[in-house]
Design a protein around this ligand. Structure first.
Ligand SMILES: Cc1cc2nc3c(=O)[nH]c(=O)nc-3n(C[C@H](O)[C@H](O)[C@H](O)COP(=O)(O)O)c2cc1C
Ligand code: SF4
Ligand code: SF4
Length: 433
């Protein structure tokens, strides 16, 4: 059976699944049960400075987007960092770490942007013997208006400065958690690296308004007739997170910087995808909040089974495996030609592919009087929209034309690999001649 243990920046855990800093990791009661269920590690819910704890709203704090089967696809929240007293959290962290020495216990932090505040909290965390700290530079609501969270994460110079303080005033491994609410995720990652971060984690939540109540005309969740933007997470954000992880993994400045992948991990497949794009482990929040801690059993069993099937004996063998295949559009092979093909045995004649292709694509599907649907190879540009709208899995497939054959649409022979950089229609390619 595949070995799922990981050593992420020197922090060992029995599997690559950590609970992300959020309600599931807010107290010993939760974390103890999470560890019993099998989670490899946790990032404790973000701690703030000593003094009166933050105050949360007393009305609803979540908004949601559901699929047609009411499955939760996206979750929006307006919760702040922990609202429990600092000393209570620290005491519990220390006890939990003692009880579970083989699990990763990282403490998330967010304090005002001055050196003394960081120095003070780091001393407290070190006393707990936690494995490391994660700097929350991502929270997009509430705290950012106070100059913390995303307010730091959106300014690379601040990220570098605070990370440097943390590395100066503590020996603990330091993970910088990035906000996705920024144009180019590579900039904050580069800043974290310059500041001496041992790793970055991403993504934190995305600025969002999930819905508006059309009776009260208030964004939801509604607090006494008003709503504020919240942070979006869950399965819906996974594509955004995967891209950002890949951007950091393949950027020349940040290549090799360890990454903890976060955002919509719900199944072992999601986790495996993050790993292949360069994450050394993954963190999970919404899936645990939706299905409970027991989901980790599926996550570990599925990953282990997949690794066995592929012959991978350690998680490291999976990490970054897809990164060399992430490229820029200009390097894609323009001589890779495919055509859609409909399997008539599976087709239920719903006509969705026809409607999509006829009205919004390339008029490449014909419909007969008795509702038989066929692809017209002379017109098909291989966009694959039909596959994406077809309700029957594998009913439509894309078939590759072999090199040397003729594409009936263009009348041209399928050639060897050639990309845009050398294409005759590319003015830059011509200029280079
Ligand atoms: C209710 C809630 C509270 C959160 N609180 C924190 C927090 O205190 N610190 C933090 O770094 N991230 C916080 N997050 C963000 C998560 O740690 C995580 O980055 C995000 O939810 C994306 O992961 P997911 O798609 O698996 O939920 C919170 C998320 C939710 C839903
Ligand atoms: S791949 Fe695109 S162009 Fe071809 S049949 Fe499907 S929708 Fe039409
Ligand atoms: S969408 Fe799929 S099932 Fe429906 S007609 Fe087209 S091929 Fe058949």
């Amino acid at each position: 059976m595949a070995n799922l243990t990981t050593n992420f920046i020197g922090i060992k855990s029995p599997n690559p699944y950590w609970l992300a800093s959020a309600p599931p990791t807010d107290k010993a009661y939760n974390v103890e049960r999470a560890f019993k269920a099998g989670w490899g590690g946790v990032v404790w819910k973000t701690l703030g400075s000593e003094g009166p704890p933050v105050v949360n709203v007393n009305g609803p704090r979540y908004g949601a987007i559901w699929g047609a089967d009411r499955r939760l696809l996206g979750l929006n929240n307006i919760e702040l960092i922990t609202d429990r007293p600092l000393d209570v959290n620290l005491r519990e962290i220390k006890q939990v770490k003692r009880n579970w020495p083989d699990r990763a216990l990282v403490v998330s932090l967010m304090v005002p942007c001055d050196e003394e505040s960081w120095k003070a909290i780091l001393k407290h965390v070190e006393d707990t013997e936690a494995d490391g700290v994660e700097l929350n530079f991502g929270c997009p609501h509430g705290m950012s208006e106070r100059g913390m969270g995303a307010a730091v994460g959106q300014v690379p110079e601040y990220i570098e400065m605070v990370t440097r303080w943390v590395k100066q005033h503590s020996r603990m491994p330091c993970i910088v958690k990035l906000t996705p609410n920024i144009a180019d995720i590579r900039k904050p990652a580069e800043a974290a690296k310059r500041g001496g971060a041992d790793a970055v984690s991403l993504i934190n939540t995305i600025n969002s308004i999930t819905s508006v109540n059309l009776d009260t005309f208030s964004p939801e969740p509604m607090i006494d007739g008003k709503g504020a933007h919240g942070g979006y997470c869950g399965p819906a954000v996974k594509p955004i997170a995967l891209n950002m992880v890949a951007e950091i993994a393949r950027d020349a400045q940040t290549r090799g910087l360890p990454i903890s992948g976060i955002g919509g991990v719900t199944t072992w497949r999601d986790a495996a995808e993050f790993l292949t794009l360069g994450a050394g482990n993954v963190q999970v929040c919404t899936a645990a909040m939706t299905y409970g801690f027991g989901i980790v059993r599926e996550l570990t069993a599925g990953l282990s089974h997949y690794m066995d099937q592929k012959g991978f004996t350690s998680v490291d063998q999976l990490v970054g495996r897809a990164v060399p295949n992430v490229t820029d559009w200009q390097y894609l092979n323009l001589n890779y030609v495919t055509k859609a093909k409909i399997n008539q045995d599976l087709c239920i004649s719903c006509g969705r592919c026809f409607a999509a292709c006829e009205d919004t694509s390339h008029q490449a599907i014909s419909m007969s009087a008795d509702r038989r649907f066929e692809v017209i190879d002379d017109e098909c540009v291989a966009c694959n929209l039909c596959i994406n709208v077809c309700p029957v899995a594998d009913c439509i497939t894309m078939e590759e034309l072999p090199i040397g054959s003729t594409d009936p649409r263009t009348g041209e022979k399928v050639g060897d690999y050639a990309n845009w950089t050398t294409h005759p229609n590319n003015p830059m390619a011509k200029a280079a001649e």
